[in-house]
Unconditional design. Structure first.
Length: 678
């Protein structure tokens, strides 16, 4: 599609390639040709940056051949040829070469773009242990700064102090280090990141031995996480000398500690991997983690970097998208650790509740159980907490509180679950209390008229909460809240004497999609006994509804008809609050995550017939609903939240925690950005 909205570049993504070409030992001309061929492949696939291995133009394991003038001159000739041949490639190349400077030889990374050398970065730290003896041939570059080098007939910036900054592409700043530099206590890229570099490159040779790949991946993941950056790593592969060593051609791309791409090691064909790096996400993390900036201020006194500025000239065409976007960002997607992560979520909730009970000295809990998702999750957590405290589950005083529109199905599920868990269960019909309130305020529904307005709905919610608080007074108990993060975000909760209020809310930072997932996990593993399984499955299958309007009034009252699909709204919530992304970028991500129900991974337990897709008009429509409800009409409810434990890295909306906002805000800026979506 031709609209700029569909271009990854419009939304701050950079397509990066990591290559490990077949190497010809001591044959720079052939190596330059292989490099160019892979660079063209990367450019044809929309890459703006291509990383190649250490000493890729000469080969790495060539020992004293590095001291031969003929070879070194051939390297410069090959560089000149590569420069000329790449004039029409709109692609940054980072290639490895041995280069002479002031009668010393350096192991270098050469960065070039459209036939121009942007700069040359020497390897800072040289290994001289076990199979490595680079100090025999090379000079360390750690102290080289502020210099220029003559190479391939041109003069270029030279030093370990270079950061390459794009003038026309926000948040793109590149630094290159070489192999051993990453293995040191303070890699050069750490200081470069604090100087502004967002994309860190490592040109490596790194021979293969058993277990070394795991170490490389750990280092790359850690460096990208600690430096709040992307980290690209290319290791030498096929063709390198195997006199005493072997090579695997490992190619890796990481972002903020997460692996985006990984090549097959020991591949038959030279690997080229691609990933779309989110520079906006990196910038957002740096903006929020003020300790990163504080550290940068301290380090600025010890080392200064030169900014080498260039124009990337990225095309705003639709290159597709090379990045997996989880449909459910709040839900664990690591199948191998699924049980562990769900167990952790439950215990975070339960431990928070345990501490609150200990602090208050109260021995009992009071809660409403509707037979819906939220109260089910809260009830399971309450059972976990009482088990942890060594108390009988009868200390959980659970009440089902039917009113005008309570269905037989949810009522039956509430009773089935309470009985199976062994809590103290009771039913109190709040219909008479609601009727009296409607009569007292002169509402038409009190006389049998079909006026099912907000007053009618909130009378029921208020009656239930008021009753729970009085029951807590009566039994010296704590009122356990059940409302979830998704409802708080959308303002889909009754303020004050409604379900927005409690003594403590274990679900306050748990979104609807995660609650569904946790209940599904409990049912699949029968975590709370076989007697709960059928009820849990039926609760998951029940249409989400507040059950406040009588079924005879027409179609069932379905929550998602009013506030939108929770799957989409949780997606919007995550990216709006966790990273502060613009609505257009959120929609771009949602488009790629949700447009094809048959693509990508789905969390465990979601049946094929439940896997839905959303087109761009749907995404735009419901995002508009989210923006209005979240940024303009419901913050006052979140400003008065009860306490509750933070559960996921997606954050919470507590005014004492992750989200602090004015109650009288205006959504105009967000709604204006929404119009960028076609």
């Amino acid at each position: 599609m031709s609209h700029p909205f569909f271009s990854l570049h419009t939304h701050g993504f950079l397509r990066a390639a990591v290559c490990a070409p077949r190497v010809a030992i001591a044959n720079p001309r052939a190596n330059a040709a292989e490099t160019l061929a892979m660079a063209k492949r990367a450019a044809e696939q929309g890459a703006s940056l291509a990383l190649f291995p250490e000493l890729g133009l000469s080969a790495y394991a060539i020992d004293d051949l590095l001291q031969q003038d003929a070879l070194l001159e051939a390297v410069e000739t090959a560089l000149a040829d590569l420069l000329e041949a790449s004039k029409n490639l709109n692609l940054i190349l980072a290639v490895g070469a041995p280069l002479r400077h002031k009668a010393r030889l350096y192991n270098c990374a050469v960065l070039m773009l459209r036939g121009t050398i942007l700069g040359v970065a020497p390897k800072s730290y040289l290994p001289g242990y076990r199979e490595f003896y680079e100090k025999r041939h090379f000079a360390p570059g750690v102290h080289v700064a502020g210099e220029e080098i003559d190479v391939a007939g041109v003069r270029a910036p030279f030093g370990a102090d270079l950061v390459f900054v794009a003038e026309d592409f926000p948040n793109l700043a590149i630094h290159a280090e070489i192999c051993e530099d990453l293995w040191t206590p303070i890699p050069p890229s750490a200081r470069a990141a604090m100087a502004g570099a967002s994309v860190l490159l490592n040109l490596s040779a790194s021979n293969a031995i058993i277990g070394k790949s795991d170490v490389r991946q750990t280092l790359c993941a850690s460096q990208s996480a600690r430096c709040l950056s992307a980290y690209l790593y290319s290791a030498a592969g096929e063709g390198e000398s195997t006199t005493d060593l072997a090579w695997d051609g490992e190619a890796l791309i990481y972002e903020l500690g997460v692996q985006l791409a990984k090549a097959e090691r020991f591949a038959k064909e030279p690997p080229l991997v691609l990933a779309d790096v989110d520079l906006g996400r990196i910038a957002a993390e740096r903006l929020r983690q003020t300790s990163f900036g504080d550290c940068a201020d301290a380090e600025a006194k010890t080392k200064r970097f030169r900014e080498i500025r260039f124009a990337l000239v990225a095309e705003t065409k639709d290159w597709g998208f090379v990045r997996e976007i989880p449909r459910f960002p709040f839900v664990p997607d690591d199948e191998a650790r699924l049980s562990e992560l769900c167990f952790e979520a439950f215990n975070i909730q339960a431990h928070g509740l345990v501490q609150r009970l200990r602090a208050t000295g109260l021995k009992k809990l009071v809660m409403g159980v509707s037979g819906g998702l939220d109260s089910t999750q809260a009830l399971l957590v309450a059972a976990t907490a009482t088990d942890r405290l060594g108390w009988p589950r009868e200390n959980v005083l659970a009440y089902t509180l039917p009113a005008y529109a309570t269905s037989a199905r949810t009522r039956a599920n509430a009773w089935a679950l309470m009985r199976a868990l062994g809590v103290s269960a009771q039913e109190i019909d709040v219909t008479p209390a609601c009727q009296r309130m409607l009569e007292d305020i002169g509402h038409p529904a009190a006389k049998g008229e079909a006026v099912y307005d907000l007053t009618y709905e909130n009378v029921q919610a208020g009656a239930r909460t008021s009753l729970l608080f009085r029951l807590a007074n009566r039994h010296e108990a704590l009122v356990l809240g059940t409302g979830d993060l998704s409802e708080l975000a959308l303002g889909w909760c009754t303020y004050g004497v409604g379900d927005q209020m409690s003594h403590y809310n274990v679900n306050a930072s748990v979104p609807k999609t995660l609650i569904q997932h946790l209940i599904r996990w409990c049912a699949r593993e029968a975590r709370y006994g076989a007697g709960t399984v059928a009820a849990l499955h039926d609760i998951l299958e029940t249409e989400i509804s507040p059950e406040l309007v009588p079924s005879g009034a027409g179609a069932p009252q379905r929550t998602e008809d009013f506030v939108g699909p929770y799957a989409l709204q949780d997606f919007n919530l995550f990216y709006a609050t966790r990273y502060g992304f613009s609505p257009a970028k959120i929609a771009f991500l949602a488009y790629h995550a949700w447009r094809d129900a048959g693509a990508g991974r789905w969390p465990a337990g979601i049946a094929a017939d439940k896997r839905v897709a959303y087109d761009l008009p749907d995404i735009k429509r419901w995002l508009g609903v989210f923006l209005r409800r979240f940024f303009q009409t419901s913050q006052f409810k979140r400003s008065a939240l009860p306490n509750g434990p933070k559960v996921s890295s997606g954050g919470s909306l507590s005014p004492r925690g992750d989200w602090r906002a004015p109650s009288d805000s205006d959504a105009t800026a967000w709604l204006a950005d929404l119009e960028r979506i076609p």
